[in-house]
Design a protein around this ligand. Sequence first.
Ligand SMILES: Nc1ncnc2c1ncn2[C@@H]1O[C@H](COP(=O)(O)OP(=O)(O)OP(=O)(O)O)[C@@H](O)[C@H]1O
Ligand SMILES: [Mg+2]
Length: 232
Amino acid sequence: MSVILQAEKLCRYYRRGSETVKALQELDLTLHKGQIISIVGRSGSGKTTLLNQVGCLDTPTSGRLIIAGTDVTALKEKELEHFRRNHIGFIFQLFYLIPTINVLENVELPLVFARRHNRQKVLEVLELVGLAGKEKLLPKQLSGGDMQRVAIARALINNPKILLADEPTGRLEKEEKAPIMDLFQQLTKEGLAIIIATHDLAQARYGERILELKDGRIIAEHSPETIVRLRG
Ligand SMILES: Nc1ncnc2c1ncn2[C@@H]1O[C@H](COP(=O)(O)OP(=O)(O)OP(=O)(O)O)[C@@H](O)[C@H]1O
Ligand SMILES: [Mg+2]
């Protein structure tokens, strides 16, 4: 299968006073089209740092990152922003929906900002994530699971090739988690590649590969079968 993302010896160091925090250390990662990779590890192990790096929200201290054939480490800030908008979708634990506008308008927002209005596309994406018929509802009228579906729809509206999800089920009720993970799996059938950072080993199982981070390094790789035996 074709490679969509390749990280080579990716490093991100933060300065904290006189100290240097090595949040990512020489990390190598290959992500293929249609693949889900789960990232697990304790708090502070570097999961969010990794997503921010591969999502082009932050630039690495060193290393190389190639996404869809482009070396993004060579891009200037404006180019990077443009690249990110066209290639990457983000989902977070907190859904970051705008409470005063309805479901359809929340999903449409990235298109409005880009002046690329396309109502048909919004309706298609809402249908894809299972929100058909809920277009006119406000976020507060939705379950947590549906709020996350809105955030997923909004992340997909620009047809990204990669979806990055940081603790996507962290704020959901127990019974809401599996349907969201099932949705991720369904989305990969169209070729979307997904990286999910999670504390929740039951959710990590949805990854074809499960990488465990510690101190910014991959210290182990688990299979969906063995991961449930680990403690979180
Ligand atoms: N902006 C920053 N400035 C300084 N240090 C940072 C910054 N962001 C993260 N760090 C440090 O980098 C390390 C990795 O943090 P990161 O947020 O990536 O961990 P995480 O695995 O996502 O943790 P959690 O499970 O709590 O979300 C931690 O030691 C953290 O304190
Ligand atoms: Mg984090």
